[in-house]
Design a protein around this ligand. Structure first.
Ligand code: ATP
Length: 348
Protein backbone atom coordinates (compact mmCIF):
# COMPACT_ATOMS: atom_id res chain seq x y z
CA UNK A 1 0.00 0.00 0.00
CA UNK A 2 1.43 3.39 -0.99
CA UNK A 3 0.40 6.12 1.38
CA UNK A 4 0.20 9.78 0.34
CA UNK A 5 -0.01 12.33 3.15
CA UNK A 6 -2.11 15.30 2.11
CA UNK A 7 -2.20 18.46 4.24
CA UNK A 8 -5.62 20.12 4.03
CA UNK A 9 -5.79 23.88 4.64
CA UNK A 10 -9.50 24.71 4.16
CA UNK A 11 -9.08 28.34 5.30
CA UNK A 12 -11.77 31.00 5.17
CA UNK A 13 -15.04 31.92 3.46
CA UNK A 14 -15.99 29.27 0.90
CA UNK A 15 -12.63 27.48 1.40
CA UNK A 16 -13.96 24.79 3.81
CA UNK A 17 -17.02 24.13 1.56
CA UNK A 18 -15.01 23.54 -1.60
CA UNK A 19 -12.27 21.52 0.11
CA UNK A 20 -14.91 19.19 1.57
CA UNK A 21 -16.07 18.38 -1.99
CA UNK A 22 -12.51 17.78 -3.20
CA UNK A 23 -12.03 15.36 -0.27
CA UNK A 24 -15.24 13.57 -1.27
CA UNK A 25 -13.91 13.15 -4.83
CA UNK A 26 -10.45 12.07 -3.61
CA UNK A 27 -12.08 9.34 -1.49
CA UNK A 28 -13.95 8.12 -4.58
CA UNK A 29 -10.66 8.09 -6.53
CA UNK A 30 -8.87 6.24 -3.71
CA UNK A 31 -11.49 3.48 -3.95
CA UNK A 32 -10.74 3.10 -7.69
CA UNK A 33 -6.94 2.96 -7.38
CA UNK A 34 -4.81 -0.07 -6.62
CA UNK A 35 -2.78 0.01 -3.41
CA UNK A 36 -3.12 3.75 -2.78
CA UNK A 37 -4.16 5.39 0.47
CA UNK A 38 -4.69 9.11 1.05
CA UNK A 39 -4.01 10.19 4.63
CA UNK A 40 -5.47 13.66 4.99
CA UNK A 41 -4.71 15.94 7.93
CA UNK A 42 -6.49 19.25 8.42
CA UNK A 43 -4.63 22.32 9.72
CA UNK A 44 -5.98 25.61 10.99
CA UNK A 45 -4.55 28.47 8.92
CA UNK A 46 -6.11 31.76 7.85
CA UNK A 47 -8.35 34.40 9.39
CA UNK A 48 -9.92 32.12 12.02
CA UNK A 49 -6.42 31.10 13.15
CA UNK A 50 -5.33 34.76 13.24
CA UNK A 51 -8.28 35.66 15.45
CA UNK A 52 -7.51 32.69 17.73
CA UNK A 53 -3.72 32.88 18.03
CA UNK A 54 -2.68 36.19 16.44
CA UNK A 55 -0.85 34.40 13.62
CA UNK A 56 -2.60 33.43 10.37
CA UNK A 57 0.16 31.00 9.38
CA UNK A 58 1.93 29.72 12.54
CA UNK A 59 5.49 28.55 11.95
CA UNK A 60 4.84 25.35 13.93
CA UNK A 61 2.03 24.50 11.50
CA UNK A 62 4.22 25.18 8.47
CA UNK A 63 6.86 22.85 9.96
CA UNK A 64 4.25 20.09 10.28
CA UNK A 65 2.97 20.66 6.75
CA UNK A 66 6.47 20.31 5.35
CA UNK A 67 6.39 16.68 6.49
CA UNK A 68 3.35 15.90 4.35
CA UNK A 69 3.71 14.94 0.68
CA UNK A 70 1.55 17.71 -0.71
CA UNK A 71 -0.86 20.47 0.30
CA UNK A 72 -4.46 21.17 -0.76
CA UNK A 73 -5.70 24.64 0.16
CA UNK A 74 -9.19 26.19 0.00
CA UNK A 75 -9.10 29.98 0.23
CA UNK A 76 -7.76 32.51 2.70
CA UNK A 77 -8.33 36.08 3.81
CA UNK A 78 -11.47 38.11 4.49
CA UNK A 79 -11.70 41.81 3.63
CA UNK A 80 -13.14 42.78 7.04
CA UNK A 81 -10.28 41.23 9.06
CA UNK A 82 -7.06 43.19 8.65
CA UNK A 83 -3.71 43.78 10.31
CA UNK A 84 -3.43 46.94 12.43
CA UNK A 85 -1.83 48.77 9.44
CA UNK A 86 -4.98 48.15 7.39
CA UNK A 87 -3.55 45.42 5.12
CA UNK A 88 -5.51 42.24 4.45
CA UNK A 89 -4.20 38.91 5.73
CA UNK A 90 -2.64 36.97 2.86
CA UNK A 91 -1.33 33.68 4.27
CA UNK A 92 -2.03 32.04 0.88
CA UNK A 93 0.63 34.37 -0.62
CA UNK A 94 3.00 34.06 2.37
CA UNK A 95 3.06 30.26 2.04
CA UNK A 96 4.22 30.52 -1.60
CA UNK A 97 7.18 32.62 -0.51
CA UNK A 98 7.99 30.53 2.59
CA UNK A 99 7.98 27.26 0.61
CA UNK A 100 9.53 28.91 -2.50
CA UNK A 101 6.66 27.87 -4.78
CA UNK A 102 7.79 29.96 -7.74
CA UNK A 103 5.71 28.36 -10.50
CA UNK A 104 2.03 29.32 -10.34
CA UNK A 105 0.43 26.97 -12.85
CA UNK A 106 -3.13 27.88 -13.88
CA UNK A 107 -4.69 25.64 -16.52
CA UNK A 108 -7.61 27.17 -18.40
CA UNK A 109 -9.93 24.71 -20.11
CA UNK A 110 -13.43 25.03 -21.53
CA UNK A 111 -15.43 21.92 -20.65
CA UNK A 112 -18.62 22.80 -22.55
CA UNK A 113 -19.21 25.40 -25.31
CA UNK A 114 -22.23 26.82 -23.42
CA UNK A 115 -19.99 27.96 -20.57
CA UNK A 116 -17.98 30.64 -22.36
CA UNK A 117 -19.32 34.20 -22.69
CA UNK A 118 -17.46 34.44 -26.04
CA UNK A 119 -19.70 34.26 -29.10
CA UNK A 120 -17.46 32.07 -31.20
CA UNK A 121 -15.00 30.02 -29.23
CA UNK A 122 -13.26 26.91 -30.42
CA UNK A 123 -11.21 24.70 -28.15
CA UNK A 124 -9.94 26.70 -25.18
CA UNK A 125 -7.15 24.82 -23.45
CA UNK A 126 -4.13 26.78 -22.31
CA UNK A 127 -2.10 27.34 -19.14
CA UNK A 128 -1.00 30.61 -17.53
CA UNK A 129 2.20 30.34 -15.53
CA UNK A 130 2.57 33.10 -13.01
CA UNK A 131 5.91 33.78 -11.31
CA UNK A 132 4.95 33.63 -7.64
CA UNK A 133 7.89 34.87 -5.56
CA UNK A 134 9.00 38.25 -7.00
CA UNK A 135 7.68 40.62 -9.71
CA UNK A 136 5.36 43.42 -8.64
CA UNK A 137 4.59 41.66 -5.34
CA UNK A 138 8.26 42.01 -4.30
CA UNK A 139 7.84 44.94 -1.95
CA UNK A 140 4.42 43.97 -0.61
CA UNK A 141 5.69 43.38 2.94
CA UNK A 142 7.78 46.56 3.19
CA UNK A 143 6.58 48.95 5.88
CA UNK A 144 4.74 52.05 4.69
CA UNK A 145 2.91 55.03 6.06
CA UNK A 146 -0.23 56.53 4.57
CA UNK A 147 1.13 59.94 5.67
CA UNK A 148 4.13 59.63 3.32
CA UNK A 149 4.42 61.90 0.25
CA UNK A 150 4.90 58.92 -2.02
CA UNK A 151 4.99 55.15 -1.94
CA UNK A 152 6.88 53.12 -4.54
CA UNK A 153 6.22 49.44 -5.32
CA UNK A 154 9.12 47.64 -6.93
CA UNK A 155 8.84 45.18 -9.80
CA UNK A 156 11.72 42.82 -9.09
CA UNK A 157 13.02 40.38 -11.70
CA UNK A 158 16.07 38.32 -10.77
CA UNK A 159 18.02 36.19 -13.21
CA UNK A 160 17.45 33.12 -11.01
CA UNK A 161 13.73 33.81 -10.58
CA UNK A 162 13.19 34.44 -14.30
CA UNK A 163 15.25 31.47 -15.44
CA UNK A 164 13.55 28.94 -13.23
CA UNK A 165 9.98 29.98 -14.05
CA UNK A 166 10.77 30.13 -17.79
CA UNK A 167 12.31 26.66 -17.58
CA UNK A 168 9.14 25.38 -15.88
CA UNK A 169 7.07 26.87 -18.71
CA UNK A 170 9.12 25.07 -21.37
CA UNK A 171 9.06 21.78 -19.45
CA UNK A 172 5.27 22.00 -19.08
CA UNK A 173 4.91 22.90 -22.79
CA UNK A 174 6.79 19.72 -23.70
CA UNK A 175 3.90 17.76 -22.17
CA UNK A 176 1.35 19.88 -24.07
CA UNK A 177 1.38 21.47 -27.56
CA UNK A 178 4.99 22.73 -27.41
CA UNK A 179 4.48 26.47 -27.51
CA UNK A 180 5.37 29.11 -24.89
CA UNK A 181 4.34 32.77 -25.04
CA UNK A 182 6.01 35.29 -22.76
CA UNK A 183 3.64 38.05 -21.58
CA UNK A 184 5.56 41.24 -20.79
CA UNK A 185 5.68 45.02 -21.12
CA UNK A 186 9.16 45.18 -22.62
CA UNK A 187 8.29 48.30 -24.62
CA UNK A 188 8.06 50.34 -21.40
CA UNK A 189 9.70 48.73 -18.36
CA UNK A 190 13.43 47.84 -18.09
CA UNK A 191 12.57 44.89 -15.79
CA UNK A 192 10.44 43.48 -18.60
CA UNK A 193 13.16 43.95 -21.24
CA UNK A 194 15.39 41.95 -18.92
CA UNK A 195 12.73 39.26 -18.45
CA UNK A 196 12.35 38.96 -22.24
CA UNK A 197 16.13 38.67 -22.68
CA UNK A 198 16.29 35.82 -20.15
CA UNK A 199 13.18 34.16 -21.63
CA UNK A 200 14.84 33.86 -25.06
CA UNK A 201 18.08 32.60 -23.48
CA UNK A 202 16.05 29.79 -21.86
CA UNK A 203 14.07 29.25 -25.08
CA UNK A 204 17.34 28.55 -26.93
CA UNK A 205 17.75 25.48 -24.70
CA UNK A 206 14.36 24.15 -25.89
CA UNK A 207 14.61 24.13 -29.72
CA UNK A 208 11.70 21.66 -29.87
CA UNK A 209 9.31 24.21 -28.30
CA UNK A 210 8.09 27.31 -30.17
CA UNK A 211 8.62 30.58 -28.30
CA UNK A 212 7.07 34.00 -28.85
CA UNK A 213 6.03 37.05 -26.82
CA UNK A 214 3.09 39.40 -26.49
CA UNK A 215 2.52 42.64 -24.57
CA UNK A 216 0.28 42.22 -21.56
CA UNK A 217 -2.33 44.70 -22.80
CA UNK A 218 -2.57 42.94 -26.18
CA UNK A 219 -2.75 39.62 -24.36
CA UNK A 220 -6.03 40.60 -22.68
CA UNK A 221 -7.41 41.37 -26.16
CA UNK A 222 -6.26 38.03 -27.56
CA UNK A 223 -7.73 36.09 -24.60
CA UNK A 224 -11.11 37.34 -25.82
CA UNK A 225 -10.49 37.32 -29.60
CA UNK A 226 -8.49 34.12 -30.09
CA UNK A 227 -7.95 32.18 -26.84
CA UNK A 228 -7.49 28.96 -28.85
CA UNK A 229 -4.15 30.28 -30.17
CA UNK A 230 -2.39 29.88 -26.80
CA UNK A 231 -0.73 26.85 -25.25
CA UNK A 232 1.52 27.91 -22.32
CA UNK A 233 1.96 31.53 -21.24
CA UNK A 234 4.52 32.71 -18.71
CA UNK A 235 4.56 36.06 -16.96
CA UNK A 236 5.47 38.04 -13.85
CA UNK A 237 3.48 37.85 -10.61
CA UNK A 238 0.95 40.69 -10.90
CA UNK A 239 0.33 40.30 -14.65
CA UNK A 240 -0.32 36.62 -13.96
CA UNK A 241 -2.70 37.47 -11.13
CA UNK A 242 -4.81 39.68 -13.39
CA UNK A 243 -4.59 37.52 -16.52
CA UNK A 244 -5.67 34.38 -14.72
CA UNK A 245 -8.96 35.96 -13.61
CA UNK A 246 -9.69 37.05 -17.20
CA UNK A 247 -8.73 33.58 -18.42
CA UNK A 248 -11.11 32.03 -15.87
CA UNK A 249 -13.90 34.25 -17.19
CA UNK A 250 -13.62 32.85 -20.73
CA UNK A 251 -14.15 29.28 -19.49
CA UNK A 252 -17.04 29.90 -17.07
CA UNK A 253 -15.67 31.93 -14.15
CA UNK A 254 -13.58 31.60 -11.01
CA UNK A 255 -15.31 28.37 -10.06
CA UNK A 256 -13.64 26.65 -13.05
CA UNK A 257 -10.06 27.83 -12.48
CA UNK A 258 -7.72 25.43 -10.64
CA UNK A 259 -4.10 26.14 -9.78
CA UNK A 260 -0.89 24.65 -8.50
CA UNK A 261 1.87 26.62 -6.78
CA UNK A 262 4.89 24.48 -7.42
CA UNK A 263 8.47 24.64 -6.18
CA UNK A 264 11.40 22.26 -6.40
CA UNK A 265 10.42 20.50 -3.15
CA UNK A 266 6.89 21.45 -2.12
CA UNK A 267 3.62 22.19 -3.88
CA UNK A 268 0.29 23.70 -2.87
CA UNK A 269 -2.83 23.10 -4.98
CA UNK A 270 -5.79 25.44 -4.66
CA UNK A 271 -8.56 27.07 -6.68
CA UNK A 272 -7.49 30.37 -8.30
CA UNK A 273 -10.36 32.15 -6.59
CA UNK A 274 -10.40 33.81 -3.18
CA UNK A 275 -12.64 33.26 -0.17
CA UNK A 276 -15.68 34.82 -1.95
CA UNK A 277 -17.21 36.32 1.22
CA UNK A 278 -20.28 37.41 -0.78
CA UNK A 279 -21.41 33.78 -1.13
CA UNK A 280 -19.75 32.17 1.93
CA UNK A 281 -22.01 30.02 4.08
CA UNK A 282 -24.72 29.82 1.40
CA UNK A 283 -23.77 26.37 0.08
CA UNK A 284 -23.67 27.62 -3.52
CA UNK A 285 -19.91 27.94 -4.21
CA UNK A 286 -18.73 26.06 -7.26
CA UNK A 287 -16.32 23.34 -6.02
CA UNK A 288 -15.02 22.36 -9.49
CA UNK A 289 -11.90 24.58 -9.36
CA UNK A 290 -10.85 22.85 -6.15
CA UNK A 291 -11.73 19.39 -7.47
CA UNK A 292 -9.62 20.08 -10.59
CA UNK A 293 -6.83 21.35 -8.31
CA UNK A 294 -6.97 17.98 -6.52
CA UNK A 295 -6.52 16.31 -9.93
CA UNK A 296 -3.46 18.51 -10.61
CA UNK A 297 -2.16 17.47 -7.19
CA UNK A 298 -2.44 13.80 -8.17
CA UNK A 299 -0.56 14.54 -11.41
CA UNK A 300 2.21 16.25 -9.43
CA UNK A 301 2.53 13.18 -7.16
CA UNK A 302 3.47 11.51 -10.44
CA UNK A 303 3.05 7.77 -9.90
CA UNK A 304 1.23 5.59 -12.42
CA UNK A 305 -1.71 5.21 -10.02
CA UNK A 306 -2.01 8.91 -9.07
CA UNK A 307 -1.77 9.85 -12.77
CA UNK A 308 -4.64 7.43 -13.38
CA UNK A 309 -6.52 9.05 -10.48
CA UNK A 310 -6.09 12.50 -12.06
CA UNK A 311 -7.51 11.22 -15.35
CA UNK A 312 -10.49 9.72 -13.48
CA UNK A 313 -11.28 13.20 -12.12
CA UNK A 314 -10.81 14.99 -15.45
CA UNK A 315 -13.08 12.58 -17.29
CA UNK A 316 -15.65 12.66 -14.46
CA UNK A 317 -15.84 16.48 -14.73
CA UNK A 318 -16.16 16.17 -18.51
CA UNK A 319 -19.03 13.71 -18.19
CA UNK A 320 -20.87 15.74 -15.54
CA UNK A 321 -20.46 18.94 -17.60
CA UNK A 322 -21.75 17.30 -20.77
CA UNK A 323 -25.24 17.87 -19.31
CA UNK A 324 -25.86 21.67 -19.20
CA UNK A 325 -28.28 21.16 -16.28
CA UNK A 326 -25.33 20.22 -14.10
CA UNK A 327 -24.17 23.69 -13.05
CA UNK A 328 -23.90 25.70 -9.83
CA UNK A 329 -25.52 29.20 -9.67
CA UNK A 330 -22.33 31.07 -10.72
CA UNK A 331 -22.67 29.28 -14.09
CA UNK A 332 -26.43 29.71 -14.40
CA UNK A 333 -27.47 26.44 -12.75
CA UNK A 334 -29.11 25.50 -9.48
CA UNK A 335 -26.91 22.75 -8.01
CA UNK A 336 -25.55 23.24 -4.51
CA UNK A 337 -21.87 22.85 -3.72
CA UNK A 338 -22.55 19.42 -2.22
CA UNK A 339 -24.68 18.24 -5.15
CA UNK A 340 -21.93 19.11 -7.64
CA UNK A 341 -19.36 17.26 -5.48
CA UNK A 342 -21.69 14.24 -5.26
CA UNK A 343 -22.16 14.11 -9.05
CA UNK A 344 -18.43 14.24 -9.77
CA UNK A 345 -17.63 11.69 -7.05
CA UNK A 346 -20.30 9.38 -8.47
CA UNK A 347 -18.91 9.84 -12.01
CA UNK A 348 -15.47 8.83 -10.70
P1 ATP B 1 -8.50 37.01 -4.02
O1 ATP B 1 -7.93 38.39 -4.22
O2 ATP B 1 -8.24 36.43 -2.68
O3 ATP B 1 -8.22 36.08 -5.18
P2 ATP B 1 -10.92 38.19 -4.97
O4 ATP B 1 -11.20 39.43 -4.20
O5 ATP B 1 -10.30 38.30 -6.33
O6 ATP B 1 -10.08 37.19 -4.07
P3 ATP B 1 -12.83 36.06 -5.15
O7 ATP B 1 -12.99 35.60 -3.75
O8 ATP B 1 -12.05 35.19 -6.05
O9 ATP B 1 -12.31 37.53 -5.15
O10 ATP B 1 -14.26 36.30 -5.77
C1 ATP B 1 -14.48 37.08 -6.97
C2 ATP B 1 -15.92 36.84 -7.43
O11 ATP B 1 -16.04 35.51 -7.94
C3 ATP B 1 -16.95 36.98 -6.31
O12 ATP B 1 -18.12 37.55 -6.81
C4 ATP B 1 -17.20 35.55 -5.90
O13 ATP B 1 -18.46 35.32 -5.36
C5 ATP B 1 -17.00 34.77 -7.21
N1 ATP B 1 -16.47 33.45 -6.94
C6 ATP B 1 -15.20 33.16 -6.57
N2 ATP B 1 -15.06 31.83 -6.39
C7 ATP B 1 -16.26 31.27 -6.64
C8 ATP B 1 -16.75 29.92 -6.61
N3 ATP B 1 -15.96 28.90 -6.30
N4 ATP B 1 -18.05 29.72 -6.91
C9 ATP B 1 -18.85 30.73 -7.25
N5 ATP B 1 -18.45 32.02 -7.30
C10 ATP B 1 -17.17 32.29 -6.99
Amino acid sequence: MTQFRIALLPGDGIGPDVVAEAVKVLRAVEARLDGVQFTMTEYSVGVAEYLRSGDALPKATVDLIRQDDVILLGAMGLPNVRYPNGQELTPQIDIREILDLYCGLRPVKLYHPDDTPLRKAGTIDFAVIRENCEGLFASRLEPYSLDADEIVDKLRITRRGAERVCRSAFEIARKRRRKVTLVDKANVLPSMTYLRHIFYQVAAQYPDVAADHVYVDACTLYFVQRPESFDVLVTENMFGDILSDLAAAVVGGMGMAPSGDIGDKYAVFQPSHGSAPDIAGKGIANPVATILSAAMMLEWLDTSETLRGAQLIYSAVERVFADPAHRTPDMGGSLTTGEMGDLIAAAV
